[in-house]
Design a binder for this molecule. Structure first.
Ligand SMILES: [Fe+2]
Length: 293
């Protein structure tokens, strides 16, 4: 059985759910390393008496798509550098996800209409609106994505890195649309194009898969290796988003990596690291992100 995008917290139907704004305010604490570590510690303590219960709720698939991946080495690399490479999706799954993204309506934050990516020509919809990103709706309807999210090797990486079985899994499939706007305009309209760190709960990690080929000009993910740990106070205590000039006052440019790969290329990352996307110029990028928290 495949699970959907929703929280796996026990008895969620009977719990009083805090409103989203309140939850987001609390999650803001996830920017602090000691909060993320403490959360892992307490979740581990909570799950320790009955880990099977928490594992079974994830409906983990029997066979992995990533049997070649060395979990111990991957997790160690995540701890050291904040990222580990070596995941690869099989061609039929890539095809299935790509088709799903072509046939499913998309939205863009701040734009009221739904649209299909196939309606976007030269970066524009027929109404003239310039699209920079298109978030594919109803991702839970794609079985291929559910299968990846419930992969036994991927979930073992998550468990070993976070020290607990995740209680929430969210999936995001999004197009970054090629455009010839100025860099400044792109950064203004496309927030992930500015260096930032994610704050997505009390502790979390993400698996990324390129569903289209990605080179330097078609939307590579960029990150600073090793930036997922302690952060300099000016970076930690103000916004989570900073221009390159501020970031490189505190981090060496030598640690910057531009992540390119063919369709199906995947990696796991601690998104508390400093990262951004370079908006595509030559081709649209389709990215699958699965976040575990
Ligand atoms: Fe991010």
């Amino acid at each position: 059985m495949l699970i959907t995008n929703q929280s796996l917290e026990p008895d969620s139907s009977t719990q009083k759910t805090p409103d989203k704004e309140y939850a987001n305010r609390l999650y803001a604490l996830g920017r602090f390393l000691f909060v993320r570590r403490s959360y892992s510690f307490f979740q581990n303590l909570r799950q320790r008496p009955n880990p099977t219960f928490y594992k079974q709720r994830l409906n983990i698939c029997e066979r992995s798509l990533f049997e070649e991946f060395n979990v111990d080495m991957g997790v160690e690399q995540m701890r050291q550098e904040g990222v580990s490479f070596g995941l690869r999706l099989p061609a039929p799954l890539i095809e299935q996800i790509h088709d799903y993204a072509l046939q499913t309506p998309c939205t863009e934050p701040g734009f009221p209409e739904e649209f299909f990516i196939t309606q976007v020509k030269n970066g524009c919809l027929p109404c003239g609106h310039q699209v920079l990103r298109a978030l594919v709706s109803n991702v839970k309807g794609c079985d291929a994505i559910a299968k990846i999210a419930q992969d036994p090797v991927l979930l073992q990486i998550v468990h070993n890195y976070l020290h607990y079985w995740p209680t929430r899994i969210t999936k995001h499939l999004s197009w970054s649309v090629a455009s010839d706007l100025s860099d400044e305009e792109k950064r203004r309209r496309y927030p992930p194009a500015t260096f930032h760190y994610d704050i997505a709960g009390f502790n979390f990690m993400t698996a990324y898969f390129y569903i289209t080929d990605v080179d330097e000009h078609s939307g590579p993910h960029v990150m600073l290796k090793g930036s997922h740990g302690k952060k300099p106070l000016p970076i930690l205590l103000s916004s989570n988003r900073h221009p390159d000039s501020t970031i490189f006052k505190h981090y060496s440019q030598e640690n910057e990596i531009v992540i390119t790969g063919k369709r199906g290329f995947g990696f796991v990352q601690d998104p508390s690291c400093i990262h951004k996307v370079i908006p595509p110029v030559t081709a649209n990028r389709l990215l699958l992100q699965i976040r575990y928290s």
